[in-house]
Design a protein around this ligand. Structure first.
Ligand code: PEP
Ligand code: MN
Length: 335
């Protein structure tokens, strides 16, 4: 349930109403938007008399929210969320580009790629240290050493770092990580999501291979219900019967998620297609349909990459994609 407040409502009046709502056993979610202030009532609202609430002097209107996701719901928070990440942010007018190798392989590899993607305009460095591989015999990542290398690259380039967590017990290793990625395979690892909800780290939540948008938003809700509202959604392709691509990129997810939620939405054309030459057209399409950013795999030697070489761009092709991304953004009136 939400209560939209009348313009000019004072802080003291909001405080009074919030205390009353909390006395009814509910949590309060306050959103001060550019047009309206909205109070979200979270919990079992069945005992709240909507007519009584609406009759209060400061309340303009009251609506019940039928969707099961509340904190992630656009109705709770009409303005786009902008999530701060180090010296940059994701959401609103800022276009985020997270780029780097699928796996951290060595310090020299990460440094070379980090400098190259920064020069091309990436806003964050992304690399996998803990890798969720389909086969237990494949490279599993450099783990803690990989995170150390990313931290070194952050010191050298100033780029905030993004890397994936697979086990909540590893959280202490992520202290200096700027964005914690939850991979597609862990989208519904609810215990992991709850732990991440107890932190204030920005979380990049990838859509599961066979999950609906509602399920993605419910997973975001798990993180937000714990008090961490810094969630970035990522569409990375879903499994269909098509085999020419690794997955099928669901670009309609972008406008739909923007309708349903205030959270930023980024597109990962690398895992969505699995094919390096398809990354550019899909990246440009993502920009055109309103994505708040991109995640792109870049490797200095894709032919010898320990993971996902076939979908990795070279630093040169990445720079070319970035130049076209800027053109599409300026054609659309963005910066
Ligand atoms: C990744 O981002 O490296 C990754 C493993 O992606 P996904 O979880 O989308 O498969
Ligand atoms: Mn990968």
């Amino acid at each position: 349930m939400i209560a939209v407040l009348k313009p000019g409502t004072t802080d003291a009046q909001i405080e009074n109403l919030s205390s009353w709502i909390k006395l009814q056993g509910l949590d309060v979610h306050l959103s001060r938007g550019s047009l309206h202030t909205v109070i979200g009532l979270v919990g079992d609202t069945s005992k709240i008399d909507a007519d009584l609430l609406e009759s209060l002097e400061i309340v303009e209107s009251v609506k019940r929210i039928s969707e099961p996701f509340k904190s992630a719901n656009r109705k709770f928070h009409p303005d786009d969320s902008v999530i701060s990440v180090g010296n940059t942010s994701v959401g609103g007018n800022i276009f985020a580009v997270m780029a780097g190798p699928c796996s951290v392989e060595s310090e020299a590899q990460v440094m070379e790629i980090a400098h190259a993607v920064k020069a091309a305009g990436a806003t964050m460095l992304r690399g996998g240290a803990f890798k969720p591989r389909t086969s237990p015999y494949d490279f599993q990542g450099l783990k803690a050493d990989g995170i150390e290398i990313l931290i070194e690259a952050k010191k050298e380039t100033g780029l905030p770092i993004v890397t994936e967590i697979m086990n909540a017990n590893h959280l202490p290793l992520f202290e200096e990580v700027d964005v914690i990625q939850v991979g597609a395979r862990n989208m519904q690892n609810f215990e992991l999501l709850k732990e991440l909800g107890r932190t204030q780290k920005p979380i990049l939540l990838k859509r599961g291979l066979a999950n609906t948008l509602k399920e993605l938003l419910m997973s975001a809700e798990y993180i937000m219900a714990g008090g961490n509202e810094n969630v970035i959604l990522c569409e990375r392709g879903i499994r269909t019967f098509e085999t020419y691509t690794r997955n099928t990129l669901d670009l309609s997810a972008v406008p739909l998620l923007h309708e349903l939620s205030h959270l930023p939405v980024i597109i990962d054309p690398s895992h969505a297609t699995g094919v390096a030459r398809l990354v550019k057209p899909m990246a440009l399409a993502a920009v055109a349909c309103g994505a708040n950013g991109l995640m792109i795999e870049v490797h200095n030697d894709p032919a010898h990459a320990l993971c996902d070489g076939a979908q990795s761009l070279t630093p040169e092709t990445f720079a070319d994609v970035m130049a076209s991304v800027r053109q599409v953004r300026s054609a659309l009136g963005g910066n």
